[in-house]
Ligand binder design. Structure first.
Ligand code: CA
Ligand code: CA
Ligand code: CA
Length: 198
């Protein structure tokens, strides 16, 4: 079992995703980061910018951003610090199941749909790897993630397997949750973690 240190597991996972989101690396999340991440996903997956799937993805990221900033941006400066992110994302999702449904579920669905290149309702490993590449994950971690999330071991991820993983990743502190592996080994020190809070 991965040993998780002082900071709790959910905080650590939220920090990892802060780093994914901070596309310009300035230590804050802003609306522009969220849209840049959506654009990276579409580009890595080879989905044209004007397509229906890409539009849905942008809409979902925009909706996500609106939803989370209301809860997070406590000093109202239009950007999210790592500390605002940690506290706010817990409030927005882990402590508010309905908030998760409204704020994150559409993002998860839009990402799944854009990753599913052949529209067969499931993701092969190469489809999933492109999503991970867009988020800056190593291919070793991408492979680990795939192996752990493929609950029935049939070599593909169904929308259900992936939506469960997302939900666990963003809301659960359970060290045995399969979804902890969404971006690779949750105890891997080389997995980018958020910049320290001051
Ligand atoms: Ca702020
Ligand atoms: Ca597919
Ligand atoms: Ca499967």
């Amino acid at each position: 079992m991965p040993v998780v240190e002082a900071k709790d597991l959910l905080d650590r996972k939220l920090d990892v995703c802060f780093t994914h989101g901070d596309v310009n690396g300035n230590g804050f999340l802003e609306a522009a980061d969220s849209l840049a991440l959506a654009a990276r996903v579409a580009t890595y997956l080879g989905e044209p910018m004007g397509s229906h799937k890409t539009q849905k993805l942008f809409q979902a990221f925009e909706n996500f951003w609106k939803h989370v900033t209301i809860k997070m941006d406590t000093d109202n400066d239009g950007k999210i610090s790592p500390e605002e992110w940690r506290k706010g994302l817990r409030k927005a999702f882990a402590e508010d199941p309905d908030g998760y449904k409204k704020g994150f579920h559409p993002v998860a669905e839009a990402i799944f749909s854009i990753c599913d290149r052949d529209d067969d309702g499931s993701l092969g490993q190469s489809e999933f790897a492109k999503f991970h590449a867009a988020f800056g994950c190593t291919s070793a971690n991408s492979q680990l993630a795939f192996e752990h999330l493929d609950a029935d071991g049939d070599g593909t991820l169904t929308v259900e397997e992936l939506l469960n993983a997302w939900h666990e990743y963003y809301t659960s502190n359970d060290p045995n949750a399969r979804g902890n592996w969404l971006y690779g080994d949750p105890s891997d020190k080389t997995v980018a973690v958020g910049k320290p809070t001051r």
